[in-house]
Write a new protein. Structure first.
Length: 313
């Protein structure tokens, strides 16, 4: 427990020191946010805010995991692989958006790339992880495709949720911390990556809380999603991911419902705007209220996931 706390504190301090120069560097590189035209006026003023800030917490967690692995602590490789795979794809997407407006990498290319990069991450997570997944038969040919889909789905869910100051960062911290501290089965190396990621994310939130001075971008969101899913698979809790990250799942579900209903109804909508946090914003909720409310829901769902995991073991 002392080592876990020390890991969190040290990485928090390191990231806290790194973020101010990183934000200045992102500004010099003109890595700034482009806001969608359909978003409300309160979001339009965010245009020009540096994005891609996830590179700092990804780098800090990656380094901590590498040190843990070199020190002989097992279990860090799946999470490290997730951070690298998601982070590199997200970085490429962030850079692409700067060149072509808000489109980024085309979806017809981005989704296949996500699946391709998820394959080695899923392999590491299943090979180095628990011999079985909760509620699933211990059949490798069945588990591996499920693992690949779970990684891609989690990465996109985190990415969709990253639309308001502090929202995705806070929810990610809760989910990752709950996974390795409350759900049984986390290995020492996995904990090192997870708690380093949490420490660096809390430092990020100091600069990402409303009004945000930096956004994580796809660099951070995809890296978090890949790593979170990899660690859950490694511990044998792949099917608990929707409960562990319930807010992420509901945000994604709101988009699916909106798109499907829009197509079958000839242009009608269920929600004012999706992901659903934008509907709350259109109803007059402040960004701080949305973030805190969603964090609370995320904490409750993470505690529920921990309870289910312990009852099932």
């Amino acid at each position: 427990m002392i080592f876990d706390l020390l890991t969190f504190v040290v990485t928090f301090v390191i990231a806290l020191v790194l973020y101010p120069p990183a934000i200045r560097w992102l500004r010099r590189m003109k890595s700034v946010q482009v806001i969608q035209a359909e978003l409300p006026d309160s979001h339009q003023k965010k245009a020009g805010t540096p994005t891609g800030g996830g590179v700092v917490f990804v780098a800090v967690a990656f380094t901590a995991g590498l040190v843990a692995s070199l020190a002989g602590h097992p279990g860090a490789i799946p999470a490290i692989g997730g951070l690298v795979a998601g982070g590199l794809l997200g970085f490429a997407d962030d850079r692409s958006k700067l060149r072509v407006g808000t489109r980024g990498i085309p979806a017809r290319l981005k989704l296949p790339l996500q699946f391709l990069l998820a394959i080695p991450v899923a392999w590491f997570a299943t090979v180095q992880g628990a011999p079985h997944q909760m509620w699933l038969p211990a059949t490798p040919w069945l588990l591996f495709p499920f693992a690949v889909v779970a990684i891609v789905a989690t990465a996109n869910a985190v990415n969709l949720t990253d639309g308001m100051d502090g929202l995705a960062g806070g929810l990610s911290t809760i989910a990752v911390a709950a996974l390795v501290l409350l759900l049984p089965g986390a290995l020492a190396g996995e904990k090192a990556v997870a708690l380093s990621l949490c420490g660096a994310l809390v430092a990020f939130l100091i600069f990402n809380r409303y009004p945000a001075r930096v956004f994580m971008g796809d660099t951070g969101a995809l890296a978090i999603g890949y790593a979170l899913a990899a660690m859950a698979i490694q511990q044998g809790y792949m099917l608990l991911l929707p409960l562990l990250g319930l807010v992420f799942a509901l945000e994604t579900l709101s988009v699916i419902i909106q798109v499907a209903y829009f197509k079958v109804s000839g242009g009608r909508r269920v929600f004012t705007m999706t992901p659903i946090h934008y509907t709350f914003h259109h109803k007059g909720w402040s960004e701080n209220r949305i973030a805190l409310s969603f964090w609370g829901a995320g904490l409750v769902s993470a505690l529920a996931a921990a309870g289910v995991a312990r009852l099932a073991t």
